[in-house]
Design a protein. Structure first.
Length: 101
């Protein structure tokens, strides 16, 4: 294997590792820390609104591909998953990944 291919493979592997760690952090963050923080419910806006309402939260903002929500419930992220959320992410950081509607 040539040195150029090894360097390219190492660079791609490093980027994949960093992105994987970042994704894991985004998925875990709604479950830790104080309640009352923004959470992003990824997916269809109408379905996300139903899930948020059923979980006892309120919508803060709707973006293309995600809906930002708040709740004072300490188990809000768990409640969102129980009521059918496909993916729940940390809201303040995830908001920057989704364009405004």
């Amino acid at each position: 294997m040539s040195m150029t291919i090894r360097r390219a493979f190492r660079a791609v592997s490093t980027v994949a590792l960093v992105l994987g760690i970042w994704a894991l952090i985004m998925i875990v963050m709604p479950f830790i820390g104080p309640s009352g923080r923004q959470i992003a419910v990824v997916g269809d806006g109408a379905r996300a609104a139903r899930v948020i309402a059923a979980a006892g939260g309120r919508i803060v903002e709707t973006r293309k591909g995600a809906t930002l929500a708040l709740s004072d419930r300490p188990d809000f992220a768990n409640a969102l998953y129980r009521h059918g959320a496909t993916l729940v992410l940390e809201g303040r950081i995830a908001a920057g990944c989704f364009s405004r509607s």
